[in-house]
Design a protein around this ligand. Sequence first.
Ligand SMILES: NC(=O)c1ccc[n+]([C@@H]2O[C@H](COP(=O)([O-])OP(=O)(O)OC[C@H]3O[C@@H](n4cnc5c(N)ncnc54)[C@H](OP(=O)(O)O)[C@@H]3O)[C@@H](O)[C@H]2O)c1
Length: 298
Amino acid sequence: MIEDIVKQLEPLPSKSKLIIFGGGYSGQKIASVGRHLGAKVLCSRRKKGSKGADFIFDSDREFSNEICEGVTHVLSCIPPLLSGEDPVLSKLKTKLLNSKNLKWVGYLSTTGVYGDTKGTWVNENTCPNPQQGRSIRRFSCEKEWLETRLPVQILRLPGIYGPGRSAFESLLNGTVKMIDKPGQVFSRIHVDDIAGAVLFLINLYSQGKNPTVVNVADDLPTNNLEVIDYAAKLANKPLPSKVPFEIAKTTMSPMALSFWKENRKVDNNLLCKKLGYSLIYPNFKSGLKNCFSQLKLN
Ligand SMILES: NC(=O)c1ccc[n+]([C@@H]2O[C@H](COP(=O)([O-])OP(=O)(O)OC[C@H]3O[C@@H](n4cnc5c(N)ncnc54)[C@H](OP(=O)(O)O)[C@@H]3O)[C@@H](O)[C@H]2O)c1
């Protein structure tokens, strides 16, 4: 519920104008919270008529940057291009550098930049060691944003889940797989907490609490089997048998395989202890309960 996110946040200063490049799953939720906090928010999508498209931004097409007039806050939720370029900086760097009122620029990145740590914890002081092509491109875009010297804050996200994007979808359509890889964990974050954390960080930034990189993850990195098992109990669905990873990997897509190659736990102490953000869904159990309640509503 949007009210659960908004209630612990401060309103944004009057005349705040937040432009979100990439109004997809997270972008739309962040836009909605930003509007509740009093900002004018404009969200991009690539196709005219897409849900929540306030304007069109597509790296393949010309872009008229008038939309950026008077912008105070910018958030990019768009991944790097295959060429490694950042789509927003490629088109708008000069415009942003000349935007006099810009107070905060957020970039949604990924904890994939830390690479594989064999299951140990990573925090913002851990030296990035991206190993997958997409994580190497991501780390390069992070650096490109920081080199602009704009008031940039990098938010590193682990697996995003929430209503419509959780263990329930594969469980209910019969495609769920119980892949068994002992010792493997994944960190995750509920989309409501991405939105909550973004707006929380925007307000702190203006008070001088402005770390350059913040991990936005929940408290409990967990093995995938535990997550699916809990979802099945909530939905009262039977589970298929476990499949050892060594067998499952023979039919996995390269993308899926790349996720299983890396094992790390993402530490959220900076966001939750030092900066004081209170997670709405501190672990997969509370988050899945929320996803399940939304399923029943639909
Ligand atoms: N999904 C995860 O588990 C995960 C984990 C860590 C980090 N991330 C990163 O966090 C960010 C937000 O994730 P999300 O899952 O909310 O993203 P999402 O739903 O996939 O949305 C991505 C947005 O970027 C836009 N976009 C993509 N390529 C573009 C291009 N070449 N030119 C212009 N716009 C483009 C999409 O446009 P349309 O709306 O037109 O499709 C969409 O609005 C992304 O950068 C993602 O890579 C994701």
